[in-house]
Design a protein around this ligand. Structure first.
Ligand code: ATP
Ligand code: MG
Length: 139
């Protein structure tokens, strides 16, 4: 069914600060089903490829360095209207602008170290899921 999956990463600082469990709990409490999940460290090339859409932006090389600096948790989440509902749950890119009660308001440090990634379209959710998980890694 179109629109029922999104892809997330818990970013390196949130993992190292021990926020993975509370973030996963919020994901569960808000009605998302985790259909694939793993902990891994992105190589610099992985991070470059994943964020290639931002390659002309001034923050790109810092972002690539940050995203490959330590382990992340990658997951595919299932729910009706998953992409939009998850973007609402994570809040604005800049935690200073994120709404009360959102993941980024609660757990993000800065606009770069903003705790989690969430897909911005159904097409990107599909592509990002494929980037990390084969069909046999999905349940
Ligand atoms: P994500 O794609 O990680 O879910 P987003 O869709 O809210 O975040 P994007 O515009 O796609 O935001 O930016 C991708 C990531 O690049 C941000 O999550 C953040 O880590 C980093 N980033 C975005 N804008 C800035 C900025 N002005 N300065 C530093 N880093 C930034
Ligand atoms: Mg984005």
């Amino acid at each position: 069914m179109k629109g029922n999956i999104t892809f997330t990463m818990i970013k390196p600082t949130a993992v190292s600060k021990g926020y993975s469990a509370p973030i996963l709990n919020m994901i569960h409490e808000n009605g998302f089903r985790i259909s694939a999940m793993k902990m891994l460290q992105l190589t610099e090339n992985d991070a470059k490829e994943f964020y290639a859409v931002h390659k002309e932006r001034p923050f790109y090389s810092d972002l690539v360095g940050f995203m490959s600096s330590g382990p992340i948790i990658a997951a595919i989440l299932e729910k009706d209207n998953a992409v939009e509902d998850y973007r609402k749950l994570i809040g604005a890119t800049d935690p200073a602008k994120a709404e009360e009660g959102t993941i980024r308001k609660l757990y993000a440090a800065t606009v770069q170290e903003n705790a989690v990634h969430g897909s911005d379209s159904d097409e990107n959710a599909e592509a990002e899921g494929i980037f990390f998980f084969s069909m046999k890694d999905r349940f």
